[in-house]
Every structure is written in C-alpha cells, then in structure tokens.
Design a protein around this ligand. Structure first.
Ligand SMILES: [Zn+2]
Length: 417
C-alpha cells in the first residue's frame, strides 16, 4: 500500500510505503526483494516511480513525511528506500516492533529516521494535518489516518477489523465525529473477494475457545501453536487458553521481548515475569540479544522463566507453546516428540501451502495432522459495510484488495493474507 496526499501549497505526504504482496502474476517475490537496490526495484516496477522521494533522485526530497499505519511489511516494507531526510512516523507499538525486528532480524529493512505518531495530537505538515486513529488489527497498535487540508478530509483505514481483542476500537470509529463528513474514505477490503472465507474463525475469541477445547481434549500433550511472533492478539489468546486449562504459556526470547516492549500498551499483555509464563531458549536468539548488548535481559528471562526442552517433553501436558513457522520449530517438535504434541497452524492457510513451509513438510513426514485455528486481521464484509454507512463519506474507494471494481458477488477472487 502507498497513498500520496498533496495540498495546494505543494506539501506532499505519503501514507504507508509497503512491499507489494505479490507480483502481477500473483507469484510471491523472491526472499530479500525489499533489500534490493532502489534503482533495481524502480526498474522492475516494485517501487513506484515517485519523483522527489528517493535518495537516488539527486534532488531535494519533495515529501514532508511518510506516515505508516502499522508494522506489516506490505505497509512499511519499502519505506527505507525513501530519502533519509523524509521522516517516517508510526505509533508507539509500531516503533516497538521495529526496534525488536532490528535486533532479531539483521536483514530487516527499516527506515532510518522513525518518529512517534502521537496519540493525543495531530501532525502538521504545511497545509496538511494527519491524525492517527487507533484501530483493531492483527499488528499491534495499528492506526487509521485522517488527513485534513484545503478544506477537505480524507480517511485512510489502513488495515482494520472489528473482531480482535480491541474490537471496541472499531465501534469507536463508527461514532467518531472527527471522521464524519469526509470527502474520501480509502477502505481496506481484503475479505471482499470469494477468498474471504480463508481468513478463518470469525473472531479472536473463537480462536481462544478453540485452543481451550484442544488443550482440554489432549491433556497429556503439549499444544504447539504456530503463529506470527508479532500477532499480539494471538499471543494473548494463547496465554488465556493456557491459563484456562491449567497450563503454562511458553514463548521464545524473541516473543518474550516483543511482549516486554509492548507492555506499555496494556496491563493484560503477558510478561515473562508472570508465574504462568515460561521462556524456551534457543542459542541463536540468545546470541542476538548478546550482540544487541541485551545479555542482562537474557539472564533476567533465564532466571525468571527458563524451561528446558527436556521438561517440555517430559511434562508435555503442562504447556501451551507459541512457536513460529521456521525450521527451528520442527527441531523443537522433534525434541518434544510428535506423539506428545498437538500441532496448531495459527496463521493464514496460504502460508501453510507454500512449497517451503517447514512445519507442513515436517508434519507430512511425521504423519501429524495439524489443527487450523486462526482468525484473520481484516474486517468481515458486514463490518466494512457498517463502517462505510456510519462514516458516509462522499466517496468510498476500496483498497488493499485484488477484487476488481466491477466484480459481481459470484466472482471468485484470490484472498490476501
Ligand atoms: Zn496488516
């Protein structure tokens, strides 16, 4: 996603500058594409040709700022190609995720000059005013953006939904007087295609209930939930399901660090210092903390919450683990023992079907049937309709979808993650 807003006084602001989800043929881009040189990405059309935006332009930058809605790659993943004199603004939670990514993913592509998009005041750039409005999404602390200028008003929804743990934010949007009388509403519409069903269960609460049912049904087995380490709602659902079934939540140091950095957002975010949270260490993650000068934090995690893989296997039924979709998770599953684990795929189903999905390949070899327990980050069509009606902007423009504008309801479209 990338939206440009310009005012009559020449002020220009970008809302998001994301990495496209796939190419014109619906194929994934090769791993490492965002890290390719700017000129190469411009030539291949991955980057839009936007004069005055890139460092390679040789001219003074023509943009006052890039305001990022949330920490998903398709919204910020190309922002580092912009001229370093163009500041990038994001919410506190998004900045926290950037900080963690910098430590754990050395190849992460992050803008150099990131600044806080404040919660309680608008940003002013020439004739344009940008206000961040908190929304519910699978990335923590996501924002919709209200842009005002030249007597006009534009709302960009970013990615949002009504069915997560902060669904109340969606209901607040419906009643937000600041958003009334907009000229344009750019509304994400990921689920509008026929593939909308691929976004799983109807709500995050249903995810929690399904995990509780699974953890109750297989009392002697560890429940291993493979999810995005940055999906805060899912980590909380795992914690709640663990607690309700008398288990300990097990996270890795990366997830423990994410939870610690996001702690200021809510007192309900589980922390490794809590009695019912454990940390399973992997050597490479400790090395990353060490390289970042955070060895004391690693020691602190170890003292407060360390659990050995031996203990995970020996007392499998005492734990609900949150893991990630990498080959390292398959090592962990081997240590616990395939017969001692209920495997849960808790991400978009499309990722499971990818050729290089290490967890699927492991499950097929081990003869393990995975449970699919997930709810997507995007609003259901009925909620989009509610939002559109409540805001009644002069014009609504559907974005973040591959459903064509003239598609009728019977036409199949491919889902977005
Ligand atoms: Zn998103």
């Amino acid at each position: 996603m990338c939206v440009e807003v310009a005012a009559d006084d020449g002020t220009r602001v970008l809302l998001d500058l994301g990495m496209p989800l796939y190419d014109a043929n619906h194929n994934d881009y090769p791993f490492g594409t965002p890290q390719r040189p700017t000129a190469e990405l411009l030539a291949s059309g991955v980057l839009c040709d936007i004069p005055g935006l890139y460092a390679s332009d040789q001219t003074a930058p023509n943009y006052a700022a890039i305001v990022v809605t949330h920490s998903h790659l398709d919204h910020y993943g190309l922002a580092h190609h912009a001229h370093s004199a163009v500041p990038v603004y994001a919410s506190r939670g998004t900045l926290a995720i950037f900080e963690v990514s910098k430590i754990f993913f050395p190849s992460a592509v992050l803008p150099a000059d990131v600044r806080l998009l404040p919660d309680d005041e608008s940003l002013r750039f020439g004739a344009l005013t940008v206000t961040g409005i908190p929304v519910d999404h699978s990335a923590p602390d996501a924002r919709a953006l209200l842009v005002e200028g030249d007597g006009q008003k534009l709302i960009y929804s970013g990615d949002l939904r009504a069915h997560g743990r902060t669904g109340f934010r969606f209901e607040k949007l419906l009643a937000d007087q600041r958003l009334r009388g907009a000229d344009w509403l750019l509304l994400e519409s990921t689920t509008l295609g026929a593939g909308g069903d691929s976004h799983g269960l109807r709500s995050e609460q249903e995810v929690e209930e399904a995990l509780v049912a699974l953890a109750t049904g297989g009392p002697d087995k560890a429940v291993v939930v493979v999810a995005s380490g940055q999906n805060l709602d899912r980590l909380v659902s795992c914690y709640r399901a663990a607690k309700r079934t008398g288990r300990k939540l097990v996270v890795d140091p990366y997830q423990a660090f994410v939870l610690q950095k996001l702690a200021p957002l809510s007192e309900n975010i589980p922390q490794f210092t809590w009695d019912d949270v454990r940390v399973s260490f992997t050597h490479h993650q400790v090395e990353k903390l060490k390289a970042a000068g955070l060895m004391e934090l690693a020691h602190e995690m170890g003292r407060a919450a360390r659990v050995s893989t031996y203990a995970l296997g020996a007392h499998a039924g005492s734990y609900l683990l949150c893991a990630r979709g990498s080959w390292r998770t398959t090592q962990l599953l081997n240590r616990i023992g395939a017969a001692n684990a209920e495997l849960v795929w808790s991400m978009w189903g499309g990722y499971w079907n990818r050729d290089n999905c290490a967890v699927r390949i492991w499950a097929e070899r081990a003869g393990v049937q995975a449970h699919f327990i997930h709810s997507g980050g995007h609003a259901w069509p009925a909620d989009l309709e509610r939002l559109m009606e409540a805001l009644s902007a002069r014009e609504t423009i559907w974005v973040h979808t591959d459903r064509s504008a003239d598609a009728d309801d019977s036409e199949g479209q491919t889902a977005l993650p």
